[in-house]
Design a protein around this ligand. Sequence first.
Ligand code: ADP
Length: 248
Amino acid sequence: VRRPLESIVFDKASFSYEGSTEKAINEVDLEIQAGEFVGVVGSSGAGKSTLVDLLVDLYRPTLGSISMNGITSEEAHADSWRSMFSMVSQNDLVLHDTVRNNMLFAKEDATDEQIIRAAKLARAHDFICQLDEGYDTKLGDLGFKLSGGQLQRIAMARAILRDTPVLIFDEATSALDSITEQEIVDQLERFRRGKTVISIAHRLSTLKKADRIFVLQQGRVFEEGTHQELLDKGGIYSYMWVAQTQIE
Ligand code: ADP
């Protein structure tokens, strides 16, 4: 697939896990244009992770297709397809390895200068320098020394280094307590420019500025619209929103 990204299209894409008769993704039609900021929401088990795994070609649709710039994942060269995406997720950090190596996974030939520049942009450089062994500190040795927000910044630094047209932002449920909503919103704002962003969000408030939000339920796109449109519609999204804002 040639850069830049023009569009991502799901065409009646369905997917069942091996040994399952249920469709984790069920005839999903959706289109994302270059530069859009798109949210994907839905309750646990709705299909959000599966949708992203299909998009990055970890799995292939059992029926239907996914294409970028008019080329399906079946037709494309796997490496060129995957080179379009970076994941910004704490879950993707390798805890038994060093900060530096975690960055190198994104771009194996990155120089120290490039690593530091990316870390500075992600506002991670200063706290990394304060670690006992700086960039050579193993993430897992830190115990609880790094907050969820700091791990998120390392994940962001890695994505900056990779510099792909599409950023997939996965707000890990396990980290929700330790990253502020403002930190997520700031990161999205600062790194969005020129990129297509797909954010799997648990806190709906981080999607107020999204161009479009897809609400998944049982593997289907049940609702689609902006935050305000979905609130006005009074469907599942507005119900989720009320539930969340009442808790907070
Ligand atoms: P979400 O990310 O919205 O929580 P998932 O995409 O993880 O949803 O799951 C969608 C459906 O697929 C669920 O019914 C889930 O139980 C099922 N599922 C997810 N991963 C697997 C797997 N590796 N094997 C079998 N079923 C799975």
